[in-house]
Design a protein around this ligand. Structure first.
Ligand SMILES: *[C@@H]1O[C@H](CO)[C@@H](O)[C@H](O)[C@H]1NC(C)=O
Length: 114
């Protein structure tokens, strides 16, 4: 009887351990301004090649220089930090994947990050 119980214990369901990487989420917003999402609010989930992206859009004004117009937040495959100029428009892109909704906290960053 003791041997039988021992056998049952050994054959019993083995604890299955799932090493499940929790997918990170990012904030999505097509127009973020003055601390609020005005348009296209949502979430997106990262996969192995994507990162949370923050794009700050600046418009050049003759009197005041570069002024932040709005921010766009999303998930982007192969996100690359950059600073691009299109005539009177500047787009600063930041990428992160260190924590959930990390792109939210970069929304008002206005500095070079190279
Ligand atoms: C985004 O995710 C957060 C946290 O999981 C949740 O509270 C919120 O309702 C979600 N928003 C949308 C628009 O799905």
């Amino acid at each position: 009887m003791d041997k039988f119980l021992l056998l049952l214990l050994m054959l019993g369901p083995l604890p299955v351990v799932f090493f499940q990487a929790q997918a990170l989420m990012c904030t999505v917003c097509s127009s973020f301004k003055d601390g609020r999402c005005l348009k296209g609010k949502g979430n997106c989930t990262l996969n192995s090649v994507s990162a949370c992206r923050t794009m700050n859009i600046f418009i050049f004004s003759e009197t005041d220089g570069w002024l932040q117009d709005h921010t766009e937040l999303d998930c982007q495959n192969f996100c690359f930090p950059s600073q691009l100029y299109y005539e009177q428009v500047k787009v600063s892109t930041y990428c992160c994947k260190n924590q959930d909704f990390c792109n939210r906290y970069q929304k008002f960053v206005n500095k070079e990050i190279y």
